[in-house]
Design a protein around this ligand. Structure first.
Ligand code: NAP
Length: 481
């Protein structure tokens, strides 16, 4: 059975202690490979390699760094089908999704940041005839990058690419639940001739490897994506050392449908926003609010569309929904659905695992897409992030009321608003407390825009110039003229 290796100092290496964890294919519930159960000593080796690589990588002209990263992008693209299949086996997501979204986006992440460093500029300020100031933006050193399991290579590369592009070296930890494509990326970095130590990938548990990265005194930049509870631990570890930290965390995103919306468009996208990737996207619209006059017909059509989604073997063509990522996630979703019933909710569809989708997947972690009505907006199911295929639908009457509902959680990652009223769209853009507000769309991404969350969804922003700024240190040079 395949043993994934760490990637340290340009080499694929075993974890020093020789211990491994099982890696499960969630669609079958079976162990299919092993992932290093690394120790802080492995992180230490990676830090030494990153430290040695930093002087030459950071001094390399941007064009040369760019070329190496473009080579990585080309090599991933050349193996796109292999990567997509690996992501599906590791994560449970439909193959079509991995092929159309996850892997192409990883390729784009490398290309985007490899080319943006060729066009970036820094500021200068002329001080009234007495001085000229200019801002140097220099790489910060070793960046620690920690990513989750829901969009494995997509989010891993979203951190690795800007960190490397700006001249930092990196120690990165993918989720131990979905390590495979980060391992394949390590192989590609070897093939692309990336200088040793620029990217180091240390696999293993968050509590050991992640914690060793966040606590390491030589890793002064931390970019983390994951749950809010973990983000708090990362912030606690980083604070005493005054590390620069970017935290991308959970969400409980409102999806607001007004009666004047293009209802076909609002419906299709509300279903997609609720259930894409089995509801395991931080940006999923899990709280749907529908204007009262349109509520009954919306619910009826939403249920029909949800029931039409095919839950199936993620490797089979035609499966709209694959399996959840793990047994733990499967149990968590089931517990929340039970809680919804206790809290007075009416489960209109789903609410349980489907019958076995086929023989291969009879022990997999499948759950039917579930829609619930009749819950109060303050109940736990409407307040806590479930991160699974569960959406609640709630009626509203006025703009003020639905703004209160939308803003009435501790999260503030994203929101969608469906309306033909342009003034209302602007009002919602201003009044909703979230890092992204989509109007008449969902998950429409432009890699240049600031991406991140407010409140307990995030600290700092990724994407475009924000990422280039995060991974660099601005220094002002003031010259008297
Ligand atoms: P998680 O449990 O918080 O884990 C995220 C990463 O942190 C994993 O690599 C994890 O390792 C590691 N980790 C765990 N404990 C750690 C510690 N004490 N110190 C340092 N690192 C530690 O999140 P997840 O369950 O993988 O992902 C789901 C969550 O991510 C959801 O809340 C979702 O909303 C959020 N998310 C947010 C965004 C965004 O952009 N805002 C995007 C995607 C996902 P292990 O896997 O080994 O535990």
């Amino acid at each position: 059975m395949l043993k994934i290796k760490n990637y340290i100092n340009g080499q694929l290496v075993e974890p020093q202690a020789g211990r491994y964890l099982d890696n499960v294919e969630p669609a079958t519930g079976k162990v299919y490979s092993h992932v290093p159960d690394s120790e802080p000593s492995d992180v230490e080796r990676a830090v030494v390699a990153a430290e040695q690589a930093f002087p030459s990588w950071s001094a390399m002209p941007a064009e040369e760094r760019s070329q190496r990263m473009l080579k990585i992008a080309d090599l991933i693209e050349a193996r796109i089908d292999e990567f997509a299949k690996a992501e599906t086996v590791d994560n449970g997501k439909p193959l079509a999704l991995a092929r159309a979204v996850d892997i192409p986006r990883a390729v784009k992440n490398f290309r985007f940041f490899a080319t943006s460093i060729l066009h970036s500029h820094s500021e200068s300020h002329v001080t009234g005839g007495t001085a000229i100031n200019y801002t140097l933006r220099q790489p910060r050193g070793i960046a620690g990058l920690i990513s989750p399991w829901n969009l494995p290579l997509y989010l891993f590369s979203w951190k690795v690419a800007p960190a490397m592009a700006t001249g930092n070296t990196t120690v990165a930890k993918p989720s131990e639940v979905t390590p495979m494509t980060a391992y394949m990326l390590s192989e590609i970095c070897c093939e692309a001739g990336l200088p040793p130590g620029v990217l180091n990938v240390v696999h293993g548990l968050g509590a050991k490897v992640g914690a060793a990265i966040t606590a390491h005194p030589k890793i002064m930049t931390i970019s983390f994506t994951g749950g809010t509870v973990t983000g708090r631990e990362v912030a606690k570890a980083a604070a005493p050392l005054f590390k620069k930290v970017s935290l991308e965390m959970g969400g409980k995103n409102p999806n607001i449908v007004f009666a004047d919306a293009d209802m076909d468009q609002a419906l299709d996208n509300s279903v997609r926003a609720a259930f894409a990737n089995q509801g395991q996207i931080c940006l999923c619209g899990s709280r749907i609010f529908v204007e009262k006059s349109a509520f009954d017909s919306f619910v009826e059509r939403f249920i029909r569309a949800t029931k039409a989604l095919k839950v199936g073997d993620p490797l089979e063509k035609g499966s709209d929904q694959g399996s959840l990522v793990s047994k733990a996630q499967f149990e968590k979703v089931g517990n929340y659905v039970n809680l919804a019933a206790e809290e007075g909710g009416e489960i209109l569809c789903g609410g349980a695992p489907p019958p076995p989708v086929n023989d291969r997947c009879k022990d997999g972690y499948f759950f039917q897409p579930t829609a619930i009505v009749g819950l109060g907006t303050d109940c736990r199911v409407n307040q806590e992030e479930i991160f699974g295929p569960v959406a609640t639908i709630t009626p509203f009457e006025t703009e003020d009321e639905v703004i209160d509902y939308a803003n009435g959680t501790t999260y503030g990652l994203s929101a969608s608003v469906w309306t033909q009223n342009l003034n209302r769209a602007h009002r919602f853009g201003e009044r909703i407390d979230s890092g992204t507000i989509w109007v008449n769309c969902w998950l429409l991404r432009d890699l240049r825009v600031p991406f991140g969350g407010m409140k307990q969804s995030g600290l700092g922003r990724e994407g475009g110039d924000e990422a280039l700024r995060f991974f660099t240190e601005p220094k002002n040079v003031c010259i008297q003229t």
